[in-house]
Ligand binder design. Structure first.
Ligand code: SF4
Length: 315
């Protein structure tokens, strides 16, 4: 029997699909803190609808556009922290419900929200709360405190609110300058939970040189390193890699960098629609996702890989 050309193409595509093995990394996707914050935001949405109140998250809850959109469909909007801190959003926030994201928020912001009659639902990640408390107690004890991290990151601005006088150092160069300036002071160092261990170590090494008795607290969260480790293990078993997560998610970007470092062809996509055509030519594909990627997006990518090329695929 003659098989028409189109049917033959379909047949060979499905043969590819049938042969494709998809391996999920052992640790992937949402971390404990983000998952917890998302659950709290969903519950807050239900409560807000019962009480006919507006509901916000203090800044985007998750660095993932799909997750933020899903919350928007439940009525959860974003209250921009910078504008709120400048006093521009008081009318909007008044008598609403506000969910504090996993990164936390400065105490002044929480007090202002409460003074506006806002019901505050605190979804700060317990690991971040630990850093906030540690920072506050070190300042209280008279230490000069350095925070290794990104000074524009919400977690860092939140911690700074608990530790007046603390200084953020973003790299070894900044650490060196500060260590020289603080040479004779009692010094302590903590870290943003999500910075790279190598960056933290380079910063700590500079303090070690100038202030050998400084106190270092490694407050890094293992979530990022665990995902990278699982990715490397999985990469040994597959021909190509797909990293799923927001393009604005720092931990997903790092995961993608780790994927490229394996030497295997790798793609960073936000949704199944971005799966490139080329991925369907591999017999085995490894799948991982950043700490802010919802399960549903990962499942969708896996289902599309199993099914075949999506509509409107990227090239
Ligand atoms: S990465 Fe770690 S510290 Fe940050 S929200 Fe997730 S579990 Fe918490």
């Amino acid at each position: 029997m003659l098989i028409p050309h189109k049917r033959l193409a379909e047949f060979s595509d499905s043969l590819y699909t049938a042969l494709m093995q998809i391996v999920r990394a052992q640790v992937l996707g949402m971390c404990m803190g983000v998952r917890r914050a998302e659950e709290k935001a969903k519950k807050a949405a239900g409560r807000a609808s019962e009480l006919s109140k507006p509901v916000f998250t203090y800044g985007p809850l998750i660095h993932n556009p799909q997750a933020v959109q899903a919350l928007e469909t439940l009525g959860v909007r974003v209250l921009e922290p910078e504008a709120f801190e400048r006093g521009e959003l008081d009318e909007q926030a008044k008598n609403s419900i506000v969910v504090i994201r996993a990164h936390g928020a400065p105490p002044e912001a929480l007090l202002r929200l409460e003074s506006l009659g806002v019901e505050v639902i605190d979804a700060t990640c317990p690991r971040v709360v630990k850093s906030q408390k540690k920072a506050a107690s070190l300042i209280e004890k008279g230490y000069s405190l350095a925070i290794a991290g990104d000074r524009s990151h919400g977690e860092v601005t939140g911690i700074l609110g608990y530790a007046p006088g603390a200084v953020v150092v973003q790299n070894a160069g900044e650490a060196k300058a500060l260590a020289k300036e603080w040479e004779r002071k009692p010094i302590a160092l903590i870290a943003q939970t999500t910075i790279k261990k190598s960056e933290y170590d380079a910063i700590a090494a500079e303090f070690e040189v100038y202030c050998p008795s400084f106190l270092a607290f490694d407050t890094l969260c293992p979530a990022t390193a665990e995902r990278q480790k699982a990715l490397k293990k999985m990469a040994e078993k597959v021909e190509a890699l797909v990293v799923v997560g927001g393009k604005n998610s720092a931990n997903t970007q790092r995961l993608f960098m780790a994927a490229k470092e394996t030497g295997k062809p790798a793609w960073h996509i936000e949704t199944a629609l971005e799966l490139p055509k080329a991925i369907f030519t591999y017999r085995s594909v490894g799948l991982t996702a950043g700490a802010s990627t919802p399960d549903s997006v990962v499942d969708d990518v896996e289902a599309t890989l199993m099914k075949g090329e999506p509509d409107g695929h990227a090239s």
